[in-house]
Design a protein around this ligand. Structure first.
Ligand code: ZN
Length: 215
């Protein structure tokens, strides 16, 4: 699987991302938080000092071309295809119970989940190779490919960010985008235009319907 070109030159992404070329480019709300520490580690190789307690929850794709720069005793990590945590809300709640106050949600370019339709027949073959009947494999893959598929990676990141904001309104969530070319983190431009929650005075009244609809 080839490494894609940098998002800085890829027309699909280059005008939709903000670069972080120094610590000053990190939004004020994230300064002096584990979010900033992760960005500085990923973009500039700054070492993260583990405090011995869980500082951060990182949710990102299963993508093997992206490695996280975190030491042990620092972060919980949820890695799922596309990086969305839908279906893992219990895991988020568990980390909150352990004291986590920050979630970094990382999307990336060239995500396989944006091409699931093309790869679905190969996934069916993989299940058949494991001994599944072709009919069962096709039914399963059809159901889950639909659930896992995303369209545009940046749009999917925004949708998941907004969905999680509704479910975890007091959690500081940082949507980031990693470039598989060089592992640098970017901030989606749409994040600037989104109204930010006031964590000190947020009406923590999550709709029962939203909770009942969680998978
Ligand atoms: Zn991916």
């Amino acid at each position: 699987m080839p490494v894609p070109q940098s998002v800085r030159v890829d027309e699909k992404y280059r005008d939709l991302l903000l670069t972080v070329d120094s610590g000053a480019d990190i939004p004020p709300d994230w300064q002096d938080t584990p979010i900033a520490a992760l960005i500085m580690a990923q973009n500039f190789g700054w070492p993260i000092q583990a405090s011995g307690k869980a500082e951060l929850l990182i949710a990102t794709c299963i993508e093997f071309r992206h490695a996280l720069p975190v030491p042990r005793m620092y972060a919980y990590v949820i890695r799922r295809a596309s990086g969305r945590v839908i279906g893992s809300e219990f895991s988020v709640g568990y980390t909150l119970a352990q004291g986590v106050k920050y979630l970094v949600l990382i999307g990336h370019n060239d995500c396989g989940m944006s091409k699931v339709k093309e790869t679905a027949p190969l996934v069916v073959d993989a299940f058949v190779d494991q001994g599944w009947s072709r009919a069962a494999a096709e039914e399963y893959v059809h159901k889950h490919a639909t659930r896992h598929a995303i369209g545009d990676e940046l749009d999917a990141l925004r949708d998941e960010y907004q969905r999680l904001r509704m479910i975890f309104p007091k959690l500081e969530i940082a949507p980031l985008f990693v470039c598989l070319h060089d592992s640098r983190l970017y901030i989606p431009k749409w994040f600037l235009d989104i109204e930010k929650p006031d964590h000190s005075n947020y009406p923590a009244n999550v709709s029962a319907e939203i909770i009942a609809d969680l998978p």
